[in-house]
Design a protein around this ligand. Structure first.
Ligand code: PEP
Ligand code: MN
Length: 361
């Protein structure tokens, strides 16, 4: 790889740093815009890596598709001026080669590439024998196997430094987010790959700048390793993703406002208090399991009556009544409608399975 010693050293120091902050424009537009954005994000003193999209995968043809390889020298120049290491998205073998020729330090695989094993494999093949860190964004759709598959393809190409980026998932009819965070997906991926960094990209989750701080805070609360936030010197006039980009000044404020949490502390008082609370949780969980088991025993009895009287297992009117009662009670006790629905769906399913066994016996 044609990496200068200086940026190689900076890269090794940066990779794995917590929190790792990546920022820069959605797209490189002009030399001036790239250099000025780079200078201003670097001036915050809080950014580790400069990002810029050069080849932009767009949903519809005719939209701005990135300026292409001509922006690579701009990034090289930005690195020289600011000392920031650089990252771009690469989706084809040619893009990988072009980026490497111009000393890009880290490549990332975008959400629209992760969904396609052919493309991921093409990128993986182009990376064989090259020592460069790779970030892998989650696929557009909530499918952990595709994300996992991409990690495996890149790892099999011999890449040692892999990071994950959670940018949310596309869902039909969802209005709150551009891409729903579905935090449990990222958490599950963290459990599968505890050794890999997990970065959150709040810009693509939110799709608007006002909520970037909230989502960033949530990610940090969930022990993410860092953030990728899009910043532009003139966001409203950006050529792509104008609504979600922030100015370098706003970026600085967001990074200032985030309450940075650590996963652990050595303080014995803290551990004693935590142990006590965890014991209480364990006790309550034991009780909940006991209660659920009792509930199922009653469901079994109902199952017997239904069988004797030839009545269907599913009785929608009764079920709606249960849910409505629970929602009302949950609301008073501070439990969200979403939780109550998910919880009762699971309980209902278990109950139906119990009754079905009895009917079939
Ligand atoms: C981007 O980072 O600008 C981008 C296109 O992201 P994603 O692949 O997450 O949509
Ligand atoms: Mn973008």
């Amino acid at each position: 790889m044609q990496m200068t010693d200086q940026s190689g050293e900076a890269l090794q120091k940066t990779w794995g740093k917590r929190p790792l902050i990546i920022s820069g424009p959605c797209s490189a537009e002009t030399e001036e815009q790239v250099l000025e954005t780079a200078k201003q994000v670097a001036a915050t003193g809080k950014v580790d890596i400069l990002r810029a999209g050069i080849w932009k995968p767009r949903t519809k043809p005719g939209m701005f598709e990135g300026v292409g390889a001509k922006a690579l020298p701009w990034l090289q120049q930005a690195k020289k001026i600011t000392g920031l290491i650089t990252t771009v998205e690469a989706a084809t073998a040619k893009q990988v080669q072009d980026a490497l020729t111009f000393d890009v330090d880290i490549l990332w695989i975008g959400a629209r590439t992760t969904v396609n094993p052919f493309s991921v494999q093409e990128v993986a093949d182009a990376l064989r024998g090259i020592d460069i860190p790779i970030f892998i964004k989650n696929p557009i759709n909530p499918d952990l196997e595709l994300w996992t598959g991409a990690v495996e393809r890149i790892a099999r190409a011999g890449i040692k430094q892999i990071g994950l980026i959670h940018r949310g998932f596309s869902t039909y009819g969802n209005t709150d987010y551009r891409n729903a965070p579905m935090w449990h997906m990222a958490i599950e991926m963290k459990l599968r790959y505890p050794e890999l960094m997990m970065i959150c990209d709040p810009s693509h989750i939110c799709g608007q700048r006002d909520t970037v701080l909230d989502i960033s805070q949530k990610a940090i609360d969930l022990d993410f390793d860092g953030l990728m936030i899009e910043a532009h010197i003139d966001p409203d006039n950006a050529w792509s993703d104008a609504k979600q980009q922030v100015t370098p000044e706003q970026l600085n404020q967001i990074l200032e406002d985030i309450i940075w949490r650590k996963e652990n502390t050595a303080s014995p008082e803290f551990h004693a208090a935590l142990d006590k609370l965890r014991q209480q949780i364990n006790n309550l969980d034991d009780e909940l399991i006991q209660l659920l088991s009792q509930r199922m025993k009653i469901a079994d009895k109902i199952g017997h009556y239904k069988k004797e009287n030839n009545i269907t297992i599913l009785q929608t009117v009764r079920w709606n009544e249960i849910i409505e009662r629970a929602m009302k009670k949950g609301d008073i006790l501070g439990l969200s409608k979403e939780f109550i629905t998910k919880y009762f769906d699971a309980v209902h399913m278990e109950s139906i399975n119990h009754q079905k066994k009895i009917m079939d016996s």
